[in-house]
Design a protein around this ligand. Structure first.
Ligand code: SIN
Length: 527
């Protein structure tokens, strides 16, 4: 069997049933699960080469150990999320985790095994039990993507279109989405790809920050495109900063997986003093946001921050954590002997396009999956290795829905607004300002300066996508006068009432920000 691959943009201008925008884990898993229903997947780069999924080191969290339980996994997910996780969604992803890991095993993902043949499960921060299924130590993302790419290329029901990206959504006068305006990466020609159902699976927003572990091209385009068409966006201010990006002046910054701390690696300052217990009694396994803030504080104080893996991993490093070892080696660091310099980096956007438990957005004809979405699974702070889990659980649910759904054509389509590009100089300045003022530590003065800078640029140049999403993040962060999860305000260090943020566009194209209080006592119901 061969896939129906097309790179000729003109050949796909007739309407397709299901168009999947993005070919990371969410997009390819969804495409495979849709069988036998036909779908088209577009990817700006050759499959498997540009999606952040392939860079995931830790793995996929699922309650797979007999001594673990779905209820415990859901409880940890809710606890990490700062009272903003929707309990129903936490239960949903936890309960479907084991089945989805079995799907991946069937697709050939070689998850690590213990000596007696059971899946080897790692411990990561804020998990009460080891439950992260991994591959060859730190190669989970790459191995999962390899299996999915091979399966997608062999699948008859999938048409793969590589070298093409979405630049706008097509929308009719009733607000229904009917496909995309696409751009051929090579010659920049644009063309329409009409579709009955469009599914955004286009990754996160880390590239808006100067230091990120995401591909630089991940700049929240899916959020901006959906917002411009009137979709509801939730919790844009909640960005997760991974505590231990390797600080070797690379863009994007290589990651030193949290699994290293799960194996016993410790954090020290430049003088060798172990500092995490000054900040949290769980030490190096405190929730990710707290570890990121501690490292940030040590660095600001001039003491530096380093990951010491010498005792915990030592000579096993090259084969237990080959990706991290290669990144260290390339920078002249030998983690068997040297401490690794680390810094927090923008890693995951908890906010995104609002999705119900079947992946539907607030716009007809538009679904969303993966990091572009806000399902309610992550609240203010995502639990480690729950991102791959959420992507596969929701991809499966969207496929279940769309396999059966009667899809409708859209009539009288309008072209979406073509995006305005930000100049390279403005983008560099924006990334520095976002890191300085909307990063690990935020305050009114910095956020006001940032909002003013963005709004001035928008007035002069119009709304480039990177500005639209940055404005949403900065404005919501300015208005959230409290600290919670990944959002830390030095001027409001306490938690206030738990409330989610919703952002939509009004008729004057200005954002409307609404706060909706959460019932933090709500019981997890089965979904
Ligand atoms: C890591 O391996 O530390 C990253 C995993 C994740 O982002 O959940």
């Amino acid at each position: 069997m061969t896939s129906h691959t097309s790179t000729n943009s003109q050949s796909i201008s007739s309407e397709v049933d299901i168009l999947i925008v993005g070919a990371g884990l969410a997009g390819l898993f969804l495409a495979l699960k849709l069988a036998p229903r036909k779908c088209t997947v577009i990817s700006p780069a050759p499959l498997g080469t540009a999606a952040s999924s392939a860079w995931a080191q830790g793995g996929l969290a699922a309650a797979l150990h007999p001594a673990d339980s779905v209820a415990l996994h859901a409880k940890d997910t809710v606890a990490a999320g700062g009272h903003l996780v929707e309990p129903v969604v936490a239960s949903l992803i936890a309960s479907h985790g084991p089945e989805r890991v079995r799907d991946l095993l069937e697709l050939g993902v070689p998850f690590d095994r213990t000596e007696n043949g059971a899946l080897a499960l790692s411990l990561e921060a804020a998990h009460s039990h080891p439950r992260v299924a991994r591959v060859a130590g730190d190669l989970a993302g790459a191995a999962i993507m390899e299996a999915l790419v091979n399966a997608a290329r062999a699948a008859e029901h999938i048409t793969l279109v590589e070298g093409v990206k979405a630049i706008s959504l097509l929308q009719d006068q009733h607000g229904r989405i009917g496909g995309i305006v696409a751009q051929n990466i090579e010659d920049e020609t644009t063309f329409r790809m009409p579709a009955k159902e469009t599914v955004l699976c286009a990754g996160g927003s880390g590239g808006l920050f100067q230091v990120t572990t995401n591909p630089r091209s991940s700049r929240g385009d899916a959020i901006a495109m959906a917002y411009e068409c009137g979709a509801l966006i939730a919790d844009p201010e909640f960005v997760q900063f991974h505590p231990t990006a390797i600080d070797v002046d690379r863009d994007p910054a290589p990651l030193a997986t949290e699994a290293l701390r799960g194996e016993g690696a410790v954090l020290r300052d430049a003088k060798g003093r172990r500092f995490m217990y000054d900040y949290n009694e769980a030490g190096e396994l405190a929730p990710r946001d707290e570890v990121a803030r501690a490292i940030h504080a040590e660095r600001i104080a001039g003491r530096g921050a380093f990951l010491d893996t010498i005792e915990a991993v030592g000579d096993e490093f090259p084969h237990h954590f080959p990706t991290v070892f290669a990144a260290c080696e390339a920078a002249g660091i030998d983690p068997r002997r040297d401490h690794i310099p680390v810094a927090p980096a923008a890693h995951y956007h908890m906010g995104g396009v609002v999705s119900d438990i079947w992946g539907r957005t607030t716009l007809d004809g538009l679904s969303v999956c993966g990091e572009s979405s806000s399902t309610g699974a992550h609240g203010a702070n995502r639990l480690a290795s729950n991102s791959l889990l959420e992507a596969v659980v929701f991809a499966d649910r969207i496929a279940t829905r769309l396999r059966e759904e009667k899809l409708h054509s859209t009539s009288g389509l309008l072209f979406g607004e073509p995006p305005i590009d930000l100049s390279p100089a403005d983008l560099s300045e924006l990334r520095v300002l976002m890191a300085n003022h909307a990063g690990v530590s935020r305050n009114e003065e910095g956020l006001t300066l940032l909002c003013n800078w963005i709004e001035t640029k928008e007035d002069i140049r119009g709304g480039a996508r990177a500005l639209t999403v940055s404005r949403m993040i900065a404005r919501a962060a300015l208005e959230r006068k409290e600290s919670r999860g990944g959002h830390y305000r030095t001027d409001y260090p306490q938690e206030d009432i738990p409330a989610r943020t919703y952002v939509s566009k009004n008729d004057d194209l200005k954002p409307i920000i609404t706060r909706v209080e959460m019932d933090s006592t709500a019981d997890a119901k089965s979904a």
